[in-house]
Ligand binder design. Structure first.
Ligand code: NGQ
Ligand code: ZN
Length: 469
């Protein structure tokens, strides 16, 4: 059944830009039909005419929602009492202090504000890599899925599509080292973790806006046995559920992994797990050429988070090599130091330009277009959709009606169309280029405003007042 029809003078379809596109949106929130060159179609006269070019919404494949409220609070030298140099690890100490006291209401308020900001920036779906499970003393809440439910509620209140990835966290370092007090809110054993997954599947399976997957936090936080047992358990529930893991983000992590196993993290994972297109390896910053080629061949997605990776001093992902091997990638805003697909894509390209002292580096992945902005946007949409395991990422029948209308009245975009418009967005779109956003057939953002932004912001403001007191 058709719920409504849209008409767009220009839209980015799987095969490229099309003109005069008529969209029929079904009442379940998916695209029922799509017809290019439809200016003369009888329905076109009645359809809602969108105000600019239409893009598939960008999936944000990696988020730790609570960290949004700490953006800007970790940029001071010596903050973690570090006499030496500030690093990823001292940042993590500050982060643990922040996360230690958050209440369920605060977690929900922060996530909802973040998701409103994501939607306004053109992210239409998010992969929430969720590791805050228990109360400040590390005890399960009365409903042991409480904090997962708060995330799911925040997604529902704001309308963003959600792939909820409860995190498996058992240990404090490679080889089953005990976790520290700063990690006690995160911990499960294999049984407790599978109970959580089962509960969430019972409550949310069948909701087209929500998918449940799982996320072993990192090879630091699980043992080989625990990983095996939980992945086996997950397969019994859903053998296509997405699996995300942090990997090889920091040099110290690579060194510790080698000390433990004589293998590098990506190497260890590829040798010990059947990594395939269900998997998303987040960061994968430090790989040898051999690991890069092997990983590309698995069809797994690499989850790149360039603004966070820059902020935390991770290093450069070997993007040209990985793309030459036809590796799949998507983008995430991770710590949410920035919430902007444009900025993630731009940093991805600029990192490589600075590293190699060349220009126009990443338009290489078999994409017909030489346009870097268009190649990056399209690749990140496809890889993000794969990683989130939902029918998104394509303006095509059977996919969710998740789309973004670009504001071509923004000065930086005036006179630009097609792939050049994407180049202008990615490299010059500092002023948010997104005008309207639809998710699952519902307009959530119109003329830059989200339908629930005032109520959501009021709760966030109150939360920040509590946290900063
Ligand atoms: C996280 N974030 O889980 O929030 C991690 C830091 C860790 C990033 N890796 C903690 N960007 O990896 O142990
Ligand atoms: Zn992360």
């Amino acid at each position: 059944m058709t719920a409504h029809t849209l008409f767009a003078e220009s839209a980015l379809l799987p095969d490229g830009w099309a003109s005069d596109v008529l969209f029929e949106i079904a009442s379940d929130g998916s695209i029922a039909a799509l017809l290019p060159d439809a200016a003369g179609h009888p329905e076109a006269a009645y359809a809602h005419r969108v105000a600019g070019p239409v893009l598939p919404g960008m999936p944000n494949l990696h988020s730790h929602a609570f960290q949004r409220a700490m953006a800007g609070l970790t940029e001071q030298r010596g903050q973690a009492g570090s006499a030496g140099e500030d690093s990823f690890w001292t940042w993590r100490q500050v982060m643990y202090g922040f996360v230690g006291q958050l209440t369920p209401d605060q977690v929900q308020a922060i996530a909802a504000q973040l998701y409103v900001e994501m939607l306004k920036a053109g992210y239409t779906a998010v992969g929430e890599f969720h590791y805050l499970h228990h109360d400040p003393e590390g005890r399960p809440y009365a409903d042991f899925a409480e904090l997962s439910e708060r995330i799911i509620t925040a997604a529902q209140v704001t309308g963003i599509g959600l792939t909820h990835l409860p995190v498996l966290y058992g240990y404090g370092g490679f080889g089953g080292q005990p976790a520290g007090t700063g990690q006690r809110r995160f911990l499960h054993d294999a049984n407790g973790f599978l109970r959580l997954i089962n509960r969430l599947l019972q409550r949310h399976d069948g909701n087209p806006q929500v998918r449940i997957g799982m996320a072993p936090h990192s090879l630091r936080a699980v043992t080989a046995e625990m990983l095996k047992e939980t992945l086996h358990g997950l397969d019994e529930f859903d053998d296509e559920a997405p699996i995300h893991i942090h990997i090889a983000e920091q040099v110290k992590e690579v060194e510790d992994c080698r000390a433990w196993s004589h293998q590098r993290p990506v190497e260890w994972l590829l040798n010990n797990q059947a990594v395939n297109g269900r998997w998303c390896l987040v960061h994968a910053t430090h790989m040898t050429e051999g690991e890069t080629a092997r990983l590309a061949r698995t069809g797994a997605v690499v989850g790149l988070c360039p603004t966070t990776e820059g902020n935390l001093g991770d290093g450069f992902f070997q993007a040209p090599e990985f793309l030459r091997q036809r590796g799949v990638f998507g983008i995430g805003s991770d710590s949410h130091i920035s919430v902007s697909p444009v900025e993630e894509l731009r940093w991805l390209e600029y990192g490589q330009r600075l590293l190699y002292r060349r220009r126009n580096m990443l338009a290489v992945n078999g994409n017909a277009s030489p346009s870097v902005g268009a190649a990056l946007y399209r690749a990140a949409v496809a890889g993000g959709a794969q990683a989130l395991g939902r029918p998104i990422g394509q303006l095509a029948p059977g996919h969710r009606a998740d789309l973004v209308v670009v504001d071509t009245e923004k000065p930086a975009l005036l006179g630009k169309a097609g792939d050049v418009l994407l180049d202008a967005m990615v490299f010059a779109g500092n002023e948010n280029p997104v005008r309207d956003v639809m998710v699952g057939g519902k307009w959530l953002v119109t003329e830059g405003h989200h339908v629930a932004e005032h109520a959501v912001l009021a709760r966030y403001r109150a939360t920040l007042a509590q946290l900063m007191a």
